[in-house]
Every structure is written in C-alpha cells, then in structure tokens.
Design a protein around this ligand. Sequence first.
Ligand SMILES: [Zn+2]
Length: 89
Amino acid sequence: MGAARDAAVTPDPPPVGDLSKAQYDGWACCWCGSSLLSVKAVPAGVSRGSSGVHVLDIEVWACPGCAVAPQCRTEEGSPAARAGRIRGT
Ligand SMILES: [Zn+2]
C-alpha cells in the first residue's frame, strides 16, 4: 500500500467512471462539477479508469475552491484567508 502516503498529500480525484463528459474533458471541476471556463483551473491529479484493456486515466482539473492543497490550508497560504485579511485591515 505505497499509495497511502500520496493519498494523504493529495486527495485522489474521482474515478473516470464518475466523471461527466465536461469533467473528463477538463471543462468542469472534477469534484463539484462547476464550470472552469471562467475561473483559474487547478490541476487535480489523475482520474483512474479503464474499459476492458483500455486505460482511460486522464488528468483532471478542479476549481480553486475545491483544489486547496493541504500545504495551503494554513492561514498563511489560503487565498481565502489572505483575501479576508486584506479586507479586514
Ligand atoms: Zn470545485
């Protein structure tokens, strides 16, 4: 189970079978499904899937709200926290 450590660092995106076409094509957030056409998409990792012998793994994207990396969840690194701080001072 060597993947356990990676999973703790970056949550795995949903499997390919759970993605809509827009999510699979990279137009929509792989987690919440919101459109990425008007926001800054963030790489969300690789969604795993297969159909018979065909590997369907594909890189998927997330909206900024869903793609907060663990190392950014501190007050210092969170864009939301920064925005709040700027607004509050
Ligand atoms: Zn999202």
